[in-house]
Design a protein around this ligand. Structure first.
Ligand SMILES: Cc1cc2nc3c(=O)[nH]c(=O)nc-3n(C[C@H](O)[C@H](O)[C@H](O)COP(=O)(O)OP(=O)(O)OC[C@H]3O[C@@H](n4cnc5c(N)ncnc54)[C@H](O)[C@@H]3O)c2cc1C
Length: 462
């Protein structure tokens, strides 16, 4: 035998990536008596647990505490001078994140029939992957490799030290001036939290508005919320250039614009799938022009025994879509239940404060579809619970098919919007008409109780 050569180890299934879909799938497969290899090259738990949802929402909570403390006097609460201890903020975040990661590690370690391999997996042929010196073979292979931050081709960027969603989470001091390239979900969450921690913050967005996938009224209100907190927002930054300076860098948003001096630069312009270094060509797995693995409605790739779940398949970019992918694959393979990706309704939240909860289509999408529709909208100033809480920014909005009475979409940008939107989502999922929700008695006082009222006062979409 050639030195260093190891015989292939045989499994029923190999799962590459221990993100949001891999570990629960390993759980279901091993419960069914299968021998499973899980391969993880970095941190068990993947993006959500280590560098995504959990750490950011923990930081958002600290930022909210600081914000509310500053507003204490409005509620008749004297708080004195407010200071933020960034080392403690980071320690709290690390604690919660590590606890979560350890939970997933322990779950996998105790999973009978599951072997965890630590290292980078790469296909050698359609049934074989190499992980360092280990060669693994299986009848079925599941890819849950996730994605990473896009590093854009900006002149001068490689000359400066810039942050991504991973490295910014290591900061335990306050930036003198945080400049953020990007004006979408991840950028906006970091912008508001760092402003609330006390840093001057500038958002530099290439397009004409923030969160450009949302309706214009949503973008405009997000802009107002962030602007009111003292965040500088630079739009139409279509020719960004960066240059190193003694105490940081200088960023010019477009030709002829005044440069912005900053101490820390966060790049948050989107995500790309971790598929470029997986050896997919050796397995014959097809990807699209952006590198996402092409899958069918039940998440099978172009190769019959290989599936792709989570951010790497381009069918979703959230923890809940990745987990739902696991549920679809498990249902099809183990439960004889033909669940499909096309059954699910798009839903997500933007965790600025107040948050945006979204379900289904935007009003612009409905308009573009040419359907006859009704739209209802209420400002949060008319929601008693929001007034009582002193949090009246934003609005709630719903769009309904005028003929079938099916709810097509909703946006709740306001206090509790991330939770309240589920009342609408569940009715959409049940395929019940909007009148079901309109006639449901809701609890007083809640934000949700205004949904039936909003549905009573809809007008035709122009
Ligand atoms: C800052 C930020 C905030 C976010 N906030 C939210 C939020 O509030 N709500 C929400 O729903 N979503 C949020 N997301 C998105 C969410 O984190 C992702 O959609 C989710 O984690 C994707 O899970 P996944 O299972 O597809 O992959 P991941 O969790 O990314 O896991 C993939 C794993 O595969 C491993 N891997 C990759 N290639 C290989 C290889 N060749 N060999 C071995 N291992 C490999 C990686 O190391 C990684 O651990 C956020 C993302 C970011 C960046």
């Amino acid at each position: 035998m050639t030195p260093g050569f190891r015989e292939a180890q045989a499994f029923d299934a190999i799962i590459v990536g221990a993100g949001q879909a891999g570990p629960p799938l390993a759980g279901r497969l091993t419960e069914a008596g299968q021998r499973v290899a899980v391969v993880e090259r970095k941190l068990i738990g993947g993006t959500c647990v280590n560098t995504g949802c959990i750490p950011t929402k923990t930081l958002v909570a600290s930022a909210h505490a600081a914000h509310l403390a500053r507003r204490g006097a409005e509620y008749g609460v004297a708080t004195g001078q407010i200071s933020v201890d960034m080392a403690k903020v980071k320690a709290r975040k690390d604690d919660i994140m590590l606890n979560d990661r350890k939970g997933v590690e322990a779950w996998l370690a105790g999973m009978h029939g599951c072997t965890v391999f630590r290292g980078h997996a790469r296909f050698e042929d359609p049934h074989t992957l190499r992980v360092n010196d280990d060669v693994l073979r299986a009848d079925r292979i599941f890819l849950n490799v996730g994605g990473r931050a896009v590093v854009p081709d900006i002149p001068g960027l490689s000359d400066v030290e810039f942050l991504t969603n991973v490295s910014i989470l290591e900061l335990d001091t306050l930036p003198e001036h945080l400049v953020i390239i990007g004006g979408s979900y991840i950028a906006l969450e970091f912008a508001q939290m760092y402003r609330r921690f006390g840093a001057p913050v500038t958002i530099v967005e290439r397009g004409p508005r923030l969160a450009s996938r949302e309706d214009e009224d949503v973008s405009a209100t997000i802009n107002e919320i962030l602007d009111a907190e003292g965040i500088d927002i630079v739009l139409d930054a279509n020719d960004v250039r960066v240059a190193k300076r003694d105490n940081g860098f200088e960023l010019t948003p477009r030709a002829g614009a005044s440069p912005i001096q900053g101490s820390h630069l966060l790049v948050a312009v989107g995500r790309r799938p971790n598929t470029d270094d997986l050896g997919l060509e050796a397995a014959g797995v097809q990807t699209d022009a952006r590198g996402y693995i092409v899958v069918d409605d039940q998440l099978k790739t172009s190769v019959d025994h290989i599936w792709a779940m989570g951010d790497c398949n381009g069918e979703g970019a959230f923890t809940h879509t990745s987990y739902n992918d696991f549920e679809i694959v498990a249902a099809n393979l183990l439960d004889d239940d033909p669940r499909r990706v096309s059954d699910r309704i798009i839903t997500y939240a933007l965790y600025i404060d107040p948050p945006l909860g979204r379900a289904g289509m935007t009003v612009s999408q409905v308009r573009a579809s040419g359907r006859k529709a009704l739209v209802g909208k209420r400002p949060m100033t008319r929601v008693g619970r929001a007034v009582e809480k002193g949090e009246t920014q934003g609005f709630m909005k719903v769009v309904v098919d005028a003929e079938t009475h099916e709810i097509l979409g909703a946006a709740i940008l306001g206090v509790g919007g991330d939770e309240t939107v589920h009342a609408i989502l569940d009715v959409m999922s049940a395929k019940a008409p909007y009148t079901t929700l309109l006639r449901t008695m809701h609890i007083h006082p809640t934000v949700s109780e205004l949904i039936p009222t909003m549905l009573q006062e809809m007008s035709p979409l122009d």
